[in-house]
Design a protein around this ligand. Structure first.
Ligand SMILES: C[S@@+](CC[C@H](N)C(=O)[O-])C[C@H]1O[C@@H](n2cnc3c(N)ncnc32)[C@H](O)[C@@H]1O
Length: 249
């Protein structure tokens, strides 16, 4: 297990209980929502109709998204690195009475066969906490031709303005864009790439960019993730975005 995978497993096992308690209200909504400011999937329509599709949640955490999509007729699989997060997921799946296959493992090297899924997605999941040079080809491998890969995460703007010393996001660039390093915070390791590198990595992996949705939360947006970025900041610059990619046929 690589160093960042071990660190992130330890981190998510450690914070899982408090995390689920703190964000339960936001994560547990019937209508699934994207990102820190809980923008509804119904509004963004990233995944489209999931009914009858094989869908993989890539770092499913408490599996709230997987449960919501299973209720819409998707055949759901969730993979996560953290046993503690999966413990929550099993509880939620059982109490909601839906079928979701939960797998303990890393999104960097999954146990799934080639071309097993119609959709691979995550909302601030493994695409933040695992190395994209491994997860992007892995998602492409398990997707069927024409399949959708969609994920939300922090933007490079946010990461460049994040000051580790104050653990806050300001209105100045305080980190380098070129030779960008993963950000380590409280034991967790989060990844980011410059835009050009993302696009070259997608193309090398056989993925075509369909959209890059830059999230601008409404002025009255609410969140349980208060420390992520000030709402006024995210109204001026994109703090999160969603990549929407298509596996080449
Ligand atoms: C912020 S949660 C995402 C789940 C849910 N969407 C949410 O917002 O709570 C991030 C999840 O990614 C998982 N994770 C981190 N690294 C991973 C990896 N290499 N493979 C699979 N899951 C990973 C963590 O264990 C955690 O459950």
């Amino acid at each position: 297990m690589s160093d960042h995978v071990a660190k992130n497993r330890e981190y998510w096992d450690r914070i899982s209980r408090d995390y689920q308690r703190e964000h339960d209200v936001q994560l547990g909504k019937v209508e699934p929502t994207w990102g820190v400011w809980a923008i509804q999937e119904r509004e963004l329509d990233i995944l489209g109709d999931v009914s009858g599709k094989d869908v993989l949640e890539f770092g499913c955490g408490g599996a709230q998204w997987s449960v919501a999509l299973a209720k819409r007729g998707a055949r759901m699989t969730g993979i996560d690195l953290s046993e503690e997060q999966l413990r929550h997921a099993r509880g939620i799946v059982a109490s909601e009475g839906v079928e979701v296959t939960l797998v303990h493992g890393s999104a960097e090297a999954t146990p799934f066969a080639d071309a097993s899924f119609d959709i691979v997605f995550c909302d601030h999941g493994a695409m933040t906490f695992a190395d994209p040079r491994r997860t992007v080809p892995e998602a492409a491998r398990v997707l069927r031709p024409g399949g959708l890969f969609a994920f939300s995460m922090a933007t490079p703007f946010l990461d460049l303005c994040y000051d580790a010393a104050t653990q806050a996001v300001g209105d100045r660039l305080v980190r380098d864009y070129f030779d960008m390093k993963p950000i380590e915070d409280d034991g967790a390791v989060a990844f980011q790439l410059p835009y050009g590198e993302w696009i070259r990595l997608f193309r090398r992996s056989g993925l075509v960019v369909e959209d890059l949705v830059e999230i601008r939360p409404p002025a009255d947006a609410k969140t349980t993730y208060e420390g992520y970025a000030p709402l006024e900041w995210a109204r001026r610059w994109p703090a999160e975005h969603i990549w929407k990619l298509r596996r080449e046929r």
